[in-house]
Design a binder for this molecule. Structure first.
Ligand SMILES: NC(=O)c1ccc[n+]([C@@H]2O[C@H](COP(=O)([O-])OP(=O)(O)OC[C@H]3O[C@@H](n4cnc5c(N)ncnc54)[C@H](OP(=O)(O)O)[C@@H]3O)[C@@H](O)[C@H]2O)c1
Length: 367
C-alpha cells in the first residue's frame, strides 16, 4: 500500500476511535452518589436533588443546606415553580452532547428547575434593587426547592401584584422564548401573518398571545382537543394538525414559530412567503443527532433559498421578564395553567411533561 494511503487510513482510524471513545464517554451514566452528611448546625431546606442521569426515579426530595446570600445576591423563598422540557433534558443528560456542559457521567449541578416566583427573604451586601418582602419572579437553576439564590443583576424582576405566584412562575422560559422568537428573531410587525406550530404548549400559548399583542394575524397549529383553547388565546385561525398539514396548504406566512420540529426546513419553506422567516424553537428529542438534523438541513438549504432559517436559543434577562410582567398585569397575556403538583411530586410533573401533551404550563406549588 502506498505511504499516502497508509497515512490517510491511520488518520481515519484515529478519528474513528476518537469519535467512538467520545460517544462512549458522553453516553456513560455513572452510579448515583449518596447524599453527603450535613453539619448539625446548618439551616436546612427541602429541594429536589438528582445525583445521576436517568428517568424521573433519579429525582429525590432531600433536605439540603439553605443558602445565604453573598454580595450582590438575593435569597428568594420560592412559592411556585414551573416545568419546562429543559428540566427533563437536564435530568436525562440528553441529548448527550449537552453533558459537555452539564457534567460527564453525572450532573455537576444537582439541583433542578429553572422558573420560579416567590418572595425575597434576604439580600446580600451591595444589593440595591430588591428588599426583603418583595414579590419577584425569574429564572435560575434550582427552582424546585424552597429557597433559591439569584444574582441581583440576573434574570429576576418584580412580580406585578395582580399576577399570582403560579402565573408568574409560568412565564420565564416559555414567555421569554415566545417573546424573543417573535420580536427579535421573527421581527413580527403589525399585519404580518404568523403561524405558531405547537400553539397549545408552554411556549405556544404565550406565542399566540404575544403575536396578537404585536399586531399580527395569528394561525395556531394544535390537536383537535386544544383548538378552543388556542382560539380563546386570540388566534385568528386554528389548524388541527391531524386534519391538515400546514406545509401542504396554499397559505403563506411571514413568520413561522416552530415549537415542534416535525417538519423539515424545506417543508416549512413551502409555507413561507419569499423573505419569510422560520424560527426554530423546538425540535425532536433524541440522545444523539436527532435534535441536530433540522438545524443541519437548514444550514445546507440556506444558501439556495430566500427564506431565513433561524436557530433559536432564549436568553433570560430582566428587561424581557419585566415587559412580560407588564403584559400580564395589563391582561394582554395570561398564563395558561394545566396541572399543578406539590414539590414532592416533581417526578410526576416531569413524567407528564415528557409525554409532550401539556396544555400550557405545569406548575409546582413549592410553599
Ligand atoms: N430554543 C429554546 O431556547 C427553547 C426554549 C423553550 C423551549 N424550547 C423547546 O421548544 C419546544 C416546546 O416547548 P414547550 O415548553 O412549549 O413544550 P410543551 O409545553 O411540552 O409542548 C407541549 C405541546 O406540544 C403540542 N404538540 C405535540 N406534538 C405536536 C404536533 N405534531 N403539532 C403541533 N403541536 C404539537 C402538544 O399539543 P397536543 O397535545 O395537542 O398535540 C402540547 O400542547 C420543546 O422542544 C422545548 O425543548 C426551546
Amino acid at each position: 500500500m502506498k505511504l499516502r494511503y497508509k497515512i490517510v487510513n491511520t488518520v481515519l482510524a484515529i478519528i474513528g476511535v476518537a469519535i467512538v471513545s467520545l460517544a462512549l464517554v458522553l453516553s456513560h451514566n455513572s452510579a448515583c452518589e449518596h447524599a453527603p452528611q450535613i453539619s448539625g448546625t446548618s439551616a436546612l431546606m427541602q429541594a429536589i436533588v438528582y445525583r445521576c442521569y436517568g428517568s424521573p426515579e433519579v429525582l429525590n426530595l432531600e433536605e439540603i443546606e439553605k443558602p445565604t446570600p453573598g454580595p450582590g445576591e438575593v435569597l428568594v423563598k420560592v412559592q411556585a415553580a414551573s416545568v419546562n422540557p429543559l428540566d427533563w433534558h437536564y435530568m436525562r443528560g440528553s441529548p448527550y452532547f449537552m453533558r459537555l456542559s452539564s457534567g460527564i457521567g453525572a450532573p455537576s449541578d444537582h439541583s433542578l428547575g429553572a422558573d420560579f416566583a416567590g418572595t425575597v427573604e434576604a439580600i446580600g451586601g451591595e444589593v440595591t434593587q430588591f428588599q426583603p418582602g418583595d414579590e419577584v419572579f425569574g429564572g435560575r437553576s434550582g427552582a424546585f426547592g424552597e429557597y433559591i439564590l439569584v444574582r441581583e443583576a440576573g434574570a429576576i424582576t418584580l412580580k406585578p401584584a395582580s399576577v399570582t405566584f403560579a402565573e408568574a412562575a409560568a412565564v420565564p422560559i416559555a414567555g421569554v422564548s415566545a417573546l424573543q422568537a417573535l420580536r427579535d428573531k421573527g421581527q413580527v410587525a403589525p399585519g404580518m401573518k404568523v403561524l405558531v406550530n405547537g400553539a397549545s404548549g408552554g411556549v405556544g400559548t404565550f406565542a399566540v398571545q404575544i403575536a396578537k399583542a404585536l399586531g399580527a394575524q395569528v394561525t395556531g397549529v394544535c390537536s383537535e382537543r386544544n383548538t378552543e383553547l388556542v382560539r380563546s388565546l386570540g388566534a385568528d385561525h386554528v389548524i388541527d394538525y391531524r386534519q391538515q398539514d400546514y406545509t401542504k396548504s396554499d397559505e403563506r406566512y411571514d413568520v413561522i414559530i416552530d415549537n415542534v420540529g416535525n417538519h423539515s426546513p424545506a417543508q416549512n419553506r413551502r409555507a413561507l412567503v419569499p423573505g419569510g422567516k422560520l424560527v426554530m424553537v423546538g425540535g425532536p428529542s433524541g440522545n444523539w443527532a436527532g435534535p441536530l438534523i433540522n438545524p443541519l438541513k437548514a444550514l445546507l438549504l440556506s444558501p439556495f433559498v430566500d427564506q431565513e432559517f433561524i436557530l433559536f436559543l432564549a436568553e433570560l434577562n430582566q428587561q424581557d421578564l419585566a415587559y412580560l410582567g407588564e403584559l400580564m398585569a395589563s391582561g394582554q397575556v395570561t398564563a395558561v395553567i394545566d396541572r399543578r403538583y406539590p414539590l414532592a411530586q416533581v417526578p410526576d410533573a416531569i413524567r407528564y411533561s415528557e409525554e409532550g401533551r401539556a396544555r400550557g404550563k405545569i406548575i409546582i406549588d413549592v410553599d
